[in-house]
Design a protein around this ligand. Structure first.
Ligand SMILES: Cc1ncc(COP(=O)(O)O)c(C=O)c1O
Ligand SMILES: N[C@H](C=O)CCC(=O)O
Length: 421
């Protein structure tokens, strides 16, 4: 059966035919058959260079041989014990060694769980209820944070089913705007438990913090006794071995991980300073739990992933990212187009927008219809990216120089086509 037919059936079985809304695009998404390295193959027989990479986790590419070997071995030894394992200590130690803010780690199963628990921890620690997020950041699909949210929520805003009494404690401000944040904190600072942020916004495309912005936020949070949470679900183990906090040299109180940490399997983690982390049950009064938390399969995959992610890996990968972005900018200029190529390290996105994009409002001014045309042309030209202007594209260690040449050629060809229409 082909993707088109399968989508008709899947829509009968599952709302929208998908297990996460961002995956549904018109007329129908391709159904995956298999994937290896930098490539994904659909059941219709077409192979694409993959820059979606499972929305970020696959920094080593698909079916990384060492991870496949490790999880095959682990599966034979059991996939769930319901008691602690030595490998949990090993992975937590690896995180503690790499990540500046990490004195202790609590494992969970997803980024959503991680940010939900991190916010509860900050509230438990400070005894305050309000939280601050930035317009367009995405911190998962739980009730506290689906406010002016990015990712799929940028195109499906204002989820029903969330009591107003829950979100009235969630305040949001524009990213990269020191004045707006200062004003809010001067007014509300003593009631605010935490500021939660994506250090690089990866759920409205890709937006970097302006120079000095993170230092400004760090100082403000210290002055008002506010917990600073870096949501490193995307940036963790992507920008550098110690995440965005190491990359930018600004240390939060707590951070959250998921995606890359699981080596391609589901995982989440909250890491932070000991005096805060010790509040988690059973030591403290902040409840946090999960049947599959710290499960041996995800933990083993995570250890095997991190073993391969050393400094030289990031140097090489980030150089590739820089080169690709330069090439894209040159090509776009040669075509006489005025589009924005945003990105950092191995993250990138093209905005169909003539003006620089530094926050959510500016990102939303991009031409999403043109982006959709571009996405479909890219598929025709053998490249798969996330089907939304408000997602990010990624590179992996499995992407060869030849892959990147093909990608930049496919992007150039796709842009030519859509602007000739
Ligand atoms: C920055 C960020 N935080 C949290 C999440 C939620 O993670 P998950 O999808 O694993 O629940 C995501 C992505 O989904 C994310 O990009
Ligand atoms: N943008 C999201 C994660 O970063 C996409 C993942 C999903 O919701 O399926």
């Amino acid at each position: 059966m082909y993707s088109e037919e399968l989508f008709k059936i899947s829509k009968e079985n599952m709302p929208g035919g998908v297990s996460s809304p961002v995956r549904a695009y018109k007329p129908y998404p391709f159904f995956a058959k298999q994937a290896s390295g930098s490539k994904i193959t659909d059941i219709d027989g077409k192979t694409y260079i993959d820059h979606c990479l499972g929305y970020g986790p696959l920094i080593l590419g698909h079916a990384n041989p060492k991870i496949v070997e490790a999880i095959t071995d682990q599966a034979q030894k059991g996939t769930l014990y319901g008691v602690p394992t030595e490998n949990e200590i090993k992975l937590s130690q690896e995180i503690i060694n790499r990540v500046p803010c990490a004195d202790m780690v609590r494992f969970c199963n997803s980024g959503t769980e991680a940010t939900m628990s991190a916010i509860r921890l900050a509230r438990g620690y400070t005894g305050r209820d309000k939280i601050v997020k930035f317009e367009g950041t995405y911190h998962g699909a739980h009730d506290y944070v689906l406010v002016k949210s990015g990712s799929g929520a940028a195109t499906h805003p204002d989820s029903k089913g969330i009591p107003e009494s829950t979100t009235q404690n969630t305040l949001s401000v524009p990213f990269n705007d020191e004045e707006a944040l200062k004003e809010l904190i001067e007014e509300e600072g003593n009631n605010i438990a935490c500021i939660i942020m994506e250090v690089v916004m990866g759920n409205v495309g890709c937006i970097k913090p302006k120079k000095g912005y993170l230092d400004f936020i760090r100082k403000l949070t210290i002055d008002y006794g506010i917990i600073l949470i870096f949501d490193e679900v995307i940036t963790g183990f992507r920008l550098s071995s110690g995440g965005a906090q190491e990359y930018f040299g600004v240390t939060p109180d707590i951070c959250t991980f998921a995606k890359i940490l699981g080596g391609g399997l589901p995982i989440g983690a909250i890491a932070g300073k000991q005096k805060i982390m010790e509040l988690f049950a059973p030591n403290g009064p902040v409840y946090q739990a999960g049947t599959f938390s710290g499960n041996p399969l995800s933990i083993r995959a995570g250890i095997t992933a991190l073993e391969q992610l050393d400094k030289s890996f990031y140097d090489t990968l980030n150089k590739k990212g820089n080169l690709l972005r330069l090439r894209l900018k040159d090509n776009i200029e040669d075509l006489g187009l005025n589009l924005q190529v945003n990105g950092i390290g191995s993250m990138f996105q093209i905005y169909f927008n003539p003006e620089p994009v530094t926050n959510y409002t500016e990102a939303k001014k991009s031409d999403s219809d043109l982006f959709t045309d571009y996405f479909h042309e890219l598929l025709k030209n053998g490249v798969f990216i996330a089907p939304s202007q408000f997602e990010c594209c990624f590179l992996s260690g499995a992407h060869s120089d030849e892959d990147l040449e093909k990608t930049s050629y496919a992007i150039e060809k796709s842009l030519k086509t859509i602007y000739q229409k």
